[in-house]
Design a protein around this ligand. Structure first.
Ligand code: HEM
Ligand SMILES: *[C@@H]1O[C@H](CO)[C@@H](O)[C@H](O)[C@H]1NC(C)=O
Ligand SMILES: *[C@@H]1O[C@H](CO)[C@@H](O)[C@H](O)[C@H]1NC(C)=O
Ligand SMILES: *[C@@H]1O[C@H](CO)[C@@H](O)[C@H](O)[C@H]1NC(C)=O
Ligand SMILES: CC(=O)N[C@H]1CO[C@H](CO)[C@@H](O)[C@@H]1O
Length: 337
C-alpha cells in the first residue's frame, strides 16, 4: 500500500504491522514492521537521517534507490553490496558497474546512528531497503510500507555482478531473461524501470548508442534524432583509447524532472526511446509497451504508485536471508571474522 501525501500516523502503522505480523507467523519471512519490538525507532530514524543526507546532497536520492536494485539483483537483498574487497577476492562493490554506484557512506552513516540506539539489530540490507523507499518518498514519490527482517550475507564476489545485472544495451529479450531469474515478470519490468524517473548517468553507457550502434559509426535509429542531438552535445565521441565514459559529465535519465519521482519517465520513453537501449526496449514488447502507454497517458499517478509499491516489495524479497540465516554486522562494509 502507498500513500502520496503524508506518512501515516504511528498508530495506523502499528496496526498494519500487527496485522501483517499475524498473517505471517507461520514461517520466518519478511514483514512490515519487523523491528517494532527490537528497535521501534528504526524506520523513523532512517527517514530522519535520509532527510539530512539529502539536504546535504540531493543527488544521493537516486543513488540510494539504485543501490537497493543492485543489492537485490546480485546475491539477493542481503547487504553484501556494501562489503569491501579483501585480499582474498574482489567484492561486488568493486566490480565494473559498481564504479558509478554511490551512497555507501550514506548507508554507513545511517547504520552508525542505528548502532548507537539498537546495537547489532538492524541489518544493512534492511537499511538499504528503507533508504530506497525514503529516497522515493523524499523525491515527491509515493510512500509505501517497506518489508523488513532481512539479514546480511557475507559472501561477495565481483563476478556475480556481470552475471546478474543486465547491461544498458540490453534488448527486451535480454532484460526479460535477467529479470525472470529473479521471478520478476514483464509487468514488473515495466513498473520498476520507472526508477529511472530520477537520477543521472555517465556518458559511457550511451556512447555506443550515439556513435557506433552497429559498429558502423551509426546512431541507434530508435532514438529520437532531436534527443540524440541534445545528448551528443553533452557527451562528445569517446577519444580513441580514452577511458570509456567515466568522465565528469552526467546526463539526466528523465530530462526536465530528474529530481522528482513522477510519471514523466514513461512519456520520455514513449517520445524519445529513452536514455538507454534498455529503457527503449520497453517499446519492443506488447505487454511492456502497453504499460508504458497506459502510464504515459494516466491522469492520476495513483495506479502507477500502487504498482510501484507492489513491484518494489517483490524485488525486495529476492533471495533474502531470514530467521537464523546470515548475520548482523556492526559496520556494513567490514567482514566479521
Ligand atoms: C535493465 C535494467 C537496468 C539497467 C540496464 C540500468 C542501467 C543503469 C545505468 C547504466 C545507470 C547509470 C549509471 C551511471 O553511469 O551513473 C543507471 C542509473 C540508475 N538506475 Fe538503473 N538500470 C536498470 C534498472 C534499474 C532499476 C530496476 C532501478 C530501481 C529499482 C534502477 C535505478 C536507477 C537509478 C535511480 C539510477 C540513477 C542513479 C544516480 O543518479 O546515481 N535501475 N541505471
Ligand atoms: C539532474 O540532472 C542534472 C544534469 O542535467 C544534474 O546536474 C543534477 O544533479 C541532477 N539531479 C539529480 C537529483 O540527480
Ligand atoms: C565501432 O565499433 C566497431 C565494432 O564493434 C569497432 O571495431 C570500432 O573500433 C568502433 N569504433 C570506434 C571509433 O569506437
Ligand atoms: C559468514 O557467515 C556465516 C554465518 O552465516 C559464518 O558461519 C561464516 O563463518 C562467515 N564467513 C565469513 C567469511 O565471514
Ligand atoms: C563508490 C565506490 O565505492 N566505488 C568503488 C567501486 O570500485 C572502485 C575500483 O575498485 C573503487 O575504487 C570504488 O571505491
Amino acid at each position: 500500500m502507498w500513500r502520496r501525501e503524508r506518512r501515516p500516523p504511528l498508530v495506523l502503522l502499528l496496526l498494519l504491522a500487527a496485522a501483517a505480523a499475524a498473517a505471517m507467523v507461520m514461517s520466518a519471512q519478511l514483514e512490515v514492521g519487523f523491528y517494532r519490538l527490537t528497535c521501534p525507532v528504526a524506520e523513523d530514524l532512517v527517514l530522519a537521517e535520509m532527510r539530512l543526507i539529502l539536504m546535504e546532497d540531493a543527488t544521493l536520492a537516486p543513488s540510494l534507490l539504485r543501490m537497493h536494485y543492485h543489492d537485490c539483483f546480485v546475491q539477493g537483498c542481503d547487504g553484501s553490496i556494501m562489503l569491501r574487497s579483501r585480499k582474498k577476492g574482489k567484492a561486488e562493490r568493486d566490480a565494473l558497474p559498481n564504479r558509478s554506484l554511490r551512497g555507501y557512506d550514506a548507508i554507513e552513516r545511517i547504520k552508525a546512528r542505528l548502532e548507537t540506539v539498537c546495537p547489532l539489530t538492524v541489518s544493512c540490507a534492511d537499511i538499504i531497503a528503507m533508504a530506497a523507499r525514503d529516497a522515493v518518498y523524499l523525491s515527491d514519490g509515493p510512500w509505501y510500507d517497506v518489508e523488513t527482517g532481512r539479514r546480511d550475507g557475507n559472501l561477495t564476489v565481483a563476478e556475480y555482478v556481470d552475471n546478474d545485472l543486465p547491461p544498458p544495451d540490453s534488448n527486451i529479450v535480454d532484460v526479460k531473461t535477467f529479470f525472470s531469474v529473479k521471478s520478476l515478470n514483464s509487468k514488473d519490468i515495466a513498473v520498476l524501470f520507472g526508477c529511472h524517473s530520477i537520477g543521472t548517468s555517465h556518458c559511457g553507457p550511451i556512447q555506443k548508442r550515439l556513435y557506433n550502434f552497429t559498429g558502423n559509426m551509426d546512431q541507434d535509429p530508435s532514438l529520437d534524432p532531436a534527443y540524440a542531438a541534445q545528448l551528443k552535445k553533452l557527451c562528445p565521441p569517446p577519444r580513441p583509447g580514452g577511458a570509456g565514459g567515466e568522465g565528469k559529465v552526467k546526463v539526466p535519465l528523465d530530462p526536465g524532472s530528474n529530481y522528482t519521482f513522477d510519471l514523466s519517465y514513461y512519456r520520455h520513453v514513449l517520445a524519445t526511446g529513452g536514455l538507454f537501449q534498455s529503457d527503449g526496449s520497453l517499446l519492443q514488447d506488447p505487454v511492456t509497451k502497453g504499460y508504458v502507454e497506459k502510464v504515459a497517458s494516466a491522469s492520476s499517478p495513483d495506479e502507477y504508485y500502487a504498482d510501484f509499491a507492489a513491484a518494489m516489495l517483490k524485488m525486495g524479497r529476492t533471495d533474502v536471508l531470514v530467521g537464523d540465516l546470515g548475520e548482523i554486522r556492526p559496520t556494513c562494509g567490514i567482514f566479521v571474522d
